[in-house]
Design a protein around this ligand. Structure first.
Ligand SMILES: [Zn+2]
Ligand SMILES: [Zn+2]
Length: 317
């Protein structure tokens, strides 16, 4: 079969390799499409000690033609984290496309427990269910009171998806974003308001936001969130940050804040994401995206996407 292989730092190509052999309890999927995530970009830039196929935002078809999505965090289901329900934080988990071969290939083998039927959802668009599940997870982990307004910092794919999840739950959402073009894009995508970092979200919401989800990397966006959230509010550190980022704990202390984080998602978050998409509550097709073929995948994981494109999807079959 044809598959994208990362062999070393920046060394990414499409090769013919043997088809995967599903192990006991696994199924073989004909990959329909796999979306590119920043994790894939980091992986491609960094390389891997042995050739590996990236891609964890995968949809495909079972041998009987059923269209399915894949929840990519394959947990041990026995450890303390798993028994507490945190499959996505299992220290023994295998992440699809990192610890085992992922979806930028014609075929992928995955445990049958990770497969979710997608009904009538378009398999190309449904690749975005995986990042949507991460947004669902973040909002739930943060315990956000969605009867009150919220702010999302950053209008990239994760920022917009977090804003949509909050809005679908009833929250009014202001997006804070430095670039005017991205602010315009966020408004076009239906957020209640989009502001720059010099503005106060309370002016647009009538009160300070009860929660701020920080999807932009760096110390500044996190500090901004801690200063602008309501007293007693929640700040979610959603972005992975380059290096160590200092946080003024006195702001957390004196303003009675809760600072939380989460990464990835659980199977139930993925299923909730499916429900949100299937009901039309969240229209994933509106997220600005482009579709390329498998031959376009190496460039898609190595190069920056064209401006205005928030998601690149590799359509395989
Ligand atoms: Zn991802
Ligand atoms: Zn575990």
């Amino acid at each position: 079969m044809r598959a994208v292989r990362v062999a070393g730092p920046g060394d990414v190509s499409v090769l013919d390799i043997p088809s995967p052999e599903p192990a006991h309890g696994e199924v073989l999927l004909e990959v329909a499409a796999t979306a590119v995530c920043s994790t894939d970009r980091k992986f491609a830039a960094r390389g891997h000690d042995s050739p590996r196929t990236p891609g964890h935002e995968v949809t495909g078809r079972l041998l009987d033609g059923t269209v399915v999505g894949v929840h990519p965090e394959i947990a041990c289901r026995r450890c303390q984290a798993c028994l507490a329900g945190w499959h996505n934080r299992c220290p023994y988990r295998e992440a699809l496309g990192l610890d085992r071969d992922g979806g930028f290939a014609e075929l992928v083998a995955v445990p049958s427990s990770q497969v979710v039927p997608l009904g009538d959802l378009d398999p190309v668009i449904a690749t975005m269910l995986e990042p949507l599940a991460c947004a669902v997870h973040a909002v739930e982990v943060a315990g956000i009171d969605t009867a009150r307004p919220a702010v999302v910092v950053g209008a990239g794919a994760m920022g917009i998806l977090c804003a949509w999840v909050l809005q679908a739950a009833g929250s009014r959402v202001v997006v804070c974003q430095r670039s005017p073009q991205r602010r315009r894009l966020a408004r076009d995508l239906g957020v209640n308001a989009a502001i720059g970092p010099d503005e106060d979200p309370a002016d647009h919401l009538g009160e300070p936001p009860a929660a701020i989800v920080v999807t932009a990397p760096g110390a500044e966006p996190l500090a901004w969130g801690l200063e602008r959230v309501a007293v007693g509010g929640v700040v979610h550190a959603f972005a992975s940050l380059p290096g160590v980022v200092p946080v003024d704990v006195n702001v957390v202390h004196y303003r009675h804040l809760t600072l939380v984080g989460s990464t990835g998602s659980r199977l139930q978050d993925y299923e909730r994401a499916c429900d949100l998409a299937a009901s039309g509550a969240i229209k994933l097709e509106r997220l600005p995206h482009r579709v390329v073929g498998l031959d376009g995948a190496p460039a898609a994981v190595l190069d920056r996407p064209p401006s205005g494109v928030l998601k690149t999807i590799v359509a395989v079959s």
